[in-house]
Write a protein that binds this ligand. Sequence first.
Ligand code: PMP
Length: 399
Amino acid sequence: MSLFASVEMTPGDPILGLTEAFVADSRPGKVNLGVGIYYDETGRIPLLRAVREVEEALAREAKPRGYLPIDGLPAYNQATQKLVFGAESPLLAAGRVATSQTIGGSGALRVGAELLRKALPKAKVVISSPSWENHRVVFNAAGFDVVDYAYYDAATHGLDFAGMLADLGKLEPGTVVLLHACCHNPTGVDLSAEQWKQVVALVKDRGLLPFIDMAYQGFDKGIDADATAVRLFAESGIESFVVANSYSKSFSLYGERVGALSIVGANREEALRVQSLVKRIIRSIYSSPSTHGGALVAGVLNSAELRALWEQELTEMRERIHAMRAGMVQGLAAQGAAQFGFIQQQAGMFSYSGLSKAQVDRLREEHAIYAIGTGRICVAALNRGNLDNVVAAVAAVIR
Ligand code: PMP
């Protein structure tokens, strides 16, 4: 009898399963809107020019590949702090932020979850309903009970703000509240700056611990505007909070696994103490992050010229997404489906399209257009070449 005989088959990730079915589909003109990746106008994952310049310089230098420190490349962490909190942030000046380069945003979430489990062993974690599926998985894996707070309102395709405030208002002090900084995955529904102010006040008032996930900075309004939530928490006087950020999308470096975890403490001494625990946790999981992706991001962010080029490329990606949203709404309206205007109000790569599971099935079976059963579509997978097809197919399945 094998020692692994008791291991049962674990269900696979539904999104990855969808991609396998898409790859196996031989119909011409097929479109995969199920992905969580930004594709350019030619349907490819871009390699940003700013990234390429650093990569070519690195190849010329041909440096040895020693280990990075446990918490990563200092130049990467410093640049990350400025991007996330703002270069002039008083928190940075006071030394209250401890940042670690992590294995993607996912690594930041998991290391952050492990830290909170040690610091607040009795706490609960709350996530938005719905949230990125992996949020629940990561916090459960770290040993937390995870509950939902109201967020998406299917009737309006927008935010159930009253429900959100009511749910957050009932939480015990010390509860960890996971918040999407911008470009909410999967719905595309974000809070306005005014709504953020109310959430920050409530979180402060009730003594909750905000854990902000920022995986799409720069994909809606711009680098600073998309960090509004982080900046408002920083100004609020709240002593402790956590930010996980990812460069997977903003640098188009998915497989390089570039992210960071930033812990805000009450003062410099506390930040150092917490960082010592973060390092112990990282050491026990993967020891230290990888060199290449970190060097690419640090190389871009620490060069005035390349940073300007990156911002221009990020703007191009953002504007292309906005154009695809507008194109979809106008296209559907022209086909007599005027009810999709909300797609233009939503932000980032995704939209909860409001399509039912049965309509999504028809899109796939009859039109070779792949989307997730919840109706989430990746707007960043649309382009001028496939938009008309997608619009016509959606118009057909809602009839
Ligand atoms: N948070 C959210 C909301 C995400 O959508 C993602 C990636 N899809 C991540 C975190 C993880 O980012 P990474 O790919 O850098 O691990």
